[in-house]
Design a protein around this ligand. Sequence first.
Ligand code: C2E
Ligand code: MG
Ligand code: MG
Ligand code: MG
Length: 288
Amino acid sequence: RSKMDGRGTWRFFEPAMDASLQSRRALEIDLREAMDKQEFALFYQPIYDLRRDRISGFEALLRWQHPNRGFVPPDQFIPLAEEIGLIAPLGEWVLNRACEQAANWPDELKIAVNVSASQFRDPKFADVIANAIDASALSPHRLELEITESVLLGNSSETIATLHELKARGLRIALDDFGTGYSSLSYLRSFPFDKIKIDQSFVRDATATKGSKLIVRAITSLGRSLGMTTTAEGVETVEQLNQMKAEGCNEAQGFLFSRPVPATELASTILSLRNGLKERDRSRALAS
Ligand code: C2E
Ligand code: MG
Ligand code: MG
Ligand code: MG
C-alpha cells in the first residue's frame, strides 16, 4: 500500500487513490493477457472520396472486447499500452492484421492504419512495416499510415528520416486530427504529407460557428496549395457533408456514411453506401 516518492521517502496513499491505482493495475493485467486471449479485433470505417463519389478505402480502428468489461474504447487502453510497453506488439498485430485483410479487398481500396508516437519512434518500426507488407503481399501504395502531430514533436531528424523512408517505399502518410496539436503549420513544412485529416471538432462546429468554418476553409486551401488531400473527420449530418463539399474537402468520413464495422460487414457496408447515397440523391432531386 505504500510507495517510494521522488525523494526516496515512503508515503501512504489516500484510500481513493489506492482504489484508482488498483483498478488501473487490474486493467493493466487484463491488457497484458488480451492478446493471447484474442480479445482484439479491427473494425473498419469507410473513407469517402467526394470527387469520385465512391469509397476510397477504410480506416482500421482497434477494438478490445473484454468478457467482463465489455467493449473498452481505444482512447482508454492505447495510452496505457504505450505506458507499459505493450504498444509495439499490439501495433504490430494491428498492422499485420490490417494488411492481411486489405490484401483481399479490391485493388482500388486503401487501408489506413493509426500509428502512435512511441510505436513510430521504435527503431524496429520500419522492419515491422516491411514484414507486414511482405507477409500480406499488399501493394505498399495501398497502405496509409495515420500519425498525429505528437509524432513530430521535437521535429527530430530521425522521425523525418523514417517518414521519408516509408514514403520512398510507396506508403502514404496522413496527418491525423489536424489542428488540435501545436505549431501545426511548421509540421506541414517539415514533411510532404499525402493527406491532412481535419479534426472532427472543427467539422462538428463548421455548420454552426463561423470560426470553425473558416478554419476548415483555411485547412482545405492550405492542403490544396501544398498538393495534399484533405479529409473531413466525424461527418454526421448531410448539412456538415454539404459544408465540407462547399469548402473543397476531397474526402469525408463519419457516421453519416457508416460507423466502423467488423470485417465481416465490409461488403454489405460498401453495397448499402452505394445504394444509400443514390437513394439520398434521388430523394433530394424529387424534393427540388
Ligand atoms: P482517430 O484515428 O482520429 O479515429 C477517429 C475516431 O472517431 C474513431 O474513434 C471513430 O470511431 C470516431 N468517429 C468516426 N466517425 C465519427 C463520427 O461521425 N462521429 C463521432 N463522434 N466519432 C466518429 P475510436 O475508434 O474510438 O478511436 C479513437 C482513437 O484511438 C483514434 O482516433 C486513434 O487515435 C486511436 N486508435 C484507434 N485504433 C488505433 C490503432 O490501431 N492504433 C493506434 N495507435 N491508435 C488507434
Ligand atoms: Mg485516425
Ligand atoms: Mg482523427
Ligand atoms: Mg483521434
